[in-house]
Design a protein around this ligand. Structure first.
Ligand code: T5A
Length: 215
């Protein structure tokens, strides 16, 4: 696999239990065998010490208003970008990130029904213009994803939202994929872990080849 010219941010997105964290770990084990470039993994919410506290709040059973929830995700992101993502990208890393901006659009925008223009504005402030280079969306039928997530035990505050909420979240991801088909790639997450990992490897390989300098 050719070495990419620059650092890059590859984001793993999806609804509950779609398998994105499992796939991120697989990619994290495989990618360093393919490139000289340093590779690291991080996540939102919870990619910083402050973010881990925010994550606990966000996933606890506390009553949060929808706007409070939105602002806490934005605070987590602002801290993550300034203290983790930007320094890693400046140091030449390929960064694999579990969830990013698209989750806010899908969950708080489509799921909670908050104003998409407001979310865009807030994302602009939180990210200071940073966007993903490639987003892999793990798409799975909602009931199957919730079933997988529930097999792990207790439901968190967001998993516990009703089915219609999770269906709207899926529509949100679908809409983002339709808007930017090159950067935002849908991956069928219904197969085995190994089958999906092979698709992820192919997508990342293709992306890095496109990034690499040509003669
Ligand atoms: N959120 C996040 C927002 O609302 N707005 C935002 O802006 C952001 C950033 C935390 C929550 O925050 C919300 C979304 C979330 O509700 P999270 O930590 O990513 O985000 O938590 P979850 O989405 O809840 O993570 P999950 O772990 O449920 O989903 P994953 O990562 O998609 O699933 P994964 O890989 O952990 O797998 C779940 C189970 O399925 C099995 C795994 O072994 C595991 O047990 N599995 C498979 N089983 C069969 N076949 C496969 N192919 C499988 N792949 C995995």
């Amino acid at each position: 696999m050719p070495k990419p010219a620059t650092s890059c941010l590859i984001v793993f997105e999806g609804g509950e239990g779609a398998g994105k964290s499992t796939q991120l770990q697989q990619a994290l084990a495989w990618l360093p065998t393919q490139t000289q470039q340093p590779v690291m993994a991080t996540r939102e919410p919870g990619g910083t010490p402050l973010g881990r506290e925010l994550r606990q709040l966000l996933l606890s059973d506390r009553q949060l208003t929808d706007h409070t929830e939105l602002l806490l995700y934005a605070a987590d992101r602002a801290q993550h970008i300034e203290t983790v993502l930007r320094p890693a990208l400046a140091a030449g890393y390929i960064v694999l990130c579990d969830r990013f901006i698209a989750s806010t659009i899908a969950y708080q925008g489509y799921g909670r029904g908050l104003d998409l223009a407001l979310i865009e504005q807030l994302n602009r402030i939180a990210t200071d213009g940073l966007t993903s280079d490639l987003t892999l969306w793990f798409d799975l039928e909602v009931t199957l994803g919730l079933q997988r997530a529930r097999q792990r035990g207790e439901r968190d505050r967001i998993e516990a939202a009703d089915l219609a909420f999770h269906q709207r979240v899926r529509q949100g991801f679908a809409s983002l994929a339709a808007q930017e088909p090159e950067r935002f790639t849908r991956i069928d997450a219904s197969g085995s872990i190994e089958m999906i990992a092979a698709t992820v490897r192919a997508q990342i390989t293709r992306f890095l080849e496109l990034q690499s300098p040509h003669d």
